[in-house]
Design a binder for this molecule. Sequence first.
Ligand code: NAP
Ligand code: GDD
Length: 375
Amino acid sequence: MKVALITGITGQDGSYLAELLLEKGYMVHGIKRRSSLFNTDRIDHLYQDPHDPNQRLKLHYGDLTDSMNLTRIIQETQPDEIYNLGAMSHVKVSFDSPEYVGNVDGLGTLRILEAVRLLGLEKKTRIYQASTSELYGGLPENKNERGFYDETCPFYPRSPYGVAKIYGFWITKNYREAYDMYACNGILFNHESPRRGETFVTRKITRAVAKIALGLQDKIYLGNLEAQRDWGHAKDYVRMMWMILQAEKAQDWVIATGVTTTVRDFVRMAFLEVGIELEFKGEGVDEKAYVTACNNKDYQVEIGKEVLSVDPSYFRPTEVDLLLGDPTKAKEQLGWVPEYDLKGLVKDMMEGDIKLMKRDVDLLKAGHEILKQVE
Ligand code: NAP
Ligand code: GDD
């Protein structure tokens, strides 16, 4: 049985990847951080009985800042494949904790590579490093001649997160070249899902739209509406992570959809999923969105209602204005075919958040009923 070790298993990608590897018959080990609260919501459905000897998912306490702990886990688990997905992954937050991000996202990668090397596993263990489109920094002059970012384009990171991840990128490449290790970078463009963290822009939008549609929230505040991202579905992207480690030769790969969309248009699409049409008025920090039509009888909001404003506190000290990736190499050489387009992604996320918010409403109603009976 193949053995995989996933750092960041409790995150969006880690949870989908664990699901995929279990389906493929792997023994999956995951590293989770010690927390005073439960932090395994995204993988609880995979982890039913930790006492069952046939359970193929095992969690280990650990942290990417702790090399002794990482070395011990790798020694105990002897993985065929390591997926290094653990990171402080929020770009805006990285401006507040630059040193921590350097330690986790940059040096954490080195700790994994060096542990594998010191344990003499460099010929056994294949390593996937979660690199990112943030490395490109969105500089227009660095795109290829077709206007996309691909594996040949230069990097120019624009945040402490991007700078830490560039260390992770190069140290992975260096260990591949220096020690002939099978270590690859997946340069993944933004990917989202119903399991996306609540403070990333897509999930912040779909949660707020669901609440507004159900009358639980008045409006949403966002930052830069002009930013453009190449958004795919996390389920498609974790499949690609696995495919990258099955390739004959260790290489670096760009994974993207090849379509870019503004934050403003994502908002429009999310509202349209519940039949609400918007008009945007004003510019810059004064831009607002108003409801112009409600075409779904279940989601009726007052026509003319202001549902979006800009809050400059969400602006970043340096911004990545536009990301657009060219996944040709991955498609041609690995045969990657994504199942979701942007519309499918928005639909999946909106369905997830409507269901979640309705459940909250039902719980609230049930609570009121119980109170009434007690009174
Ligand atoms: P995520 O949901 O934020 O998950 C990050 C994971 O890393 C969580 O399990 C988190 O644990 C863990 N983690 C954080 N700090 C850690 C530490 N010090 N030691 C060990 N684990 C730690 O991120 P994601 O969207 O799944 O992304 C997965 C990876 O791909 C990240 O490295 C990210 O930077 C990279 N990436 C993501 C995208 C994207 O669009 N999603 C694109 C390109 C690259 P807790 O649950 O305890 O917080
Ligand atoms: N988070 C957030 N919140 N972003 C906002 C908001 C807001 O209220 N309003 C506008 N934005 C803009 C940001 O300024 C950025 O330009 C864009 O929306 C996307 O922001 P995020 O969803 O936070 O993602 P990101 O692109 O910065 O980073 C994500 O993708 C990277 C790959 O390109 C993260 O998943 C990174 O870990 C990943 O490497």
